[in-house]
Write a protein that binds this ligand. Sequence first.
Ligand code: NAD
Ligand code: LMR
Length: 333
Amino acid sequence: MRRPVRIAVTGAAGAISYSLLFKIAAGEMMGKDQPVILQLIELPHAMDSLRGVAMELMDCAYPLLHTITLHDSVEAGFRGAHYALLVGAKPRGPGMERRDLLEENAAIFARQGKALNDFANRDVKVLITGNPANTNALIASRNAPNLSPSQFTCLTRLDHNRAKGILANHCGATTRDIGGIMIWGNHSPTQYPDLHQATILGRPAMSQIDTAWYRDEFIPKVQQRGGEIIEARGLSSAASAAQAIVDQMRDWVLGTDPGEIISMGILSDGSYGITKGIFYSFPVRCNYGRYQIVHDIEVGDFSRQRLTATEQELLDEKEIVEHLLPKETEESH
Ligand code: NAD
Ligand code: LMR
């Protein structure tokens, strides 16, 4: 048996975590031969609730669940963490946009970046889910000068999975038949779900769907799916978000299937002309615990406009939180 890995999760008594933690403990994220230590973090007032979650985890008797520790501070909870899942934040309610959470959640991610910098394992892999996820990732990474920004990612896998599910449903295919989906940009209504490289049963998706359906129905549906769920449930997506977290981390750590492309929010290195220094969702492949942007994808005029619109939104968000971004140093690159 391997040595256990330490996985820190913030917002561990929240709705997403109530699905997520059980999947991790069952081996769905790190693999069926990888024991895990769960370092669960909550706000002080939610510790009773967290104890209840821990009891339930114990009562599942998962063979891979080595230890559970409970923490009411990120400084203690991130200690030695190999993986950090930053879920805890305030979710939006009906009628709000994710960027309305910017000010409120930003301070949380500045502190969490510092705590990761000071207490986590030097190779920690971080996934930010709390909204607005891209800009929170920027804040956290900039507050962690001793970690590489490439260790920080934000969740756009949910949008990727949504695009795949909605396309499969429309075409009467199964999601296994679909490849080449990509989400560009922000986890927000400006994101661009791109089907120009997508395939259904190996043939181009664009030749099998109506262009008007793609432009006028599919794109807005994926962009607005989070809001549609909030309207329907009165609460934001939780189980599907947990599945997306598991999918992204599993692919990052264990590798994507040969030929498979996934979407991850990562620090832009200038690829595809996107401004460096913002967290932007790109098409990537993963191998040996690293991700690489898939290059040489043709970006036509229709796509370029959308790539630029979502880039601009991220630049605007960055400007709003500028005061929380410590100056970049040479070592932080
Ligand atoms: P929730 O309100 O059910 O749970 C959040 C939990 O986080 C609460 O228990 C709260 O006490 C805790 N928390 C808040 N601040 C914390 C902090 N500083 N440290 C530790 N814990 C803290 O919310 P949820 O439904 O689990 O959603 C969590 C976040 O994920 C929200 O911001 C939501 O908008 C976001 N989200 C993102 C995606 C995505 O695809 N990126 C998808 C779904 C939800
Ligand atoms: C989602 O996409 O479901 C989440 O980001 C929650 C939200 O606020 O939409």
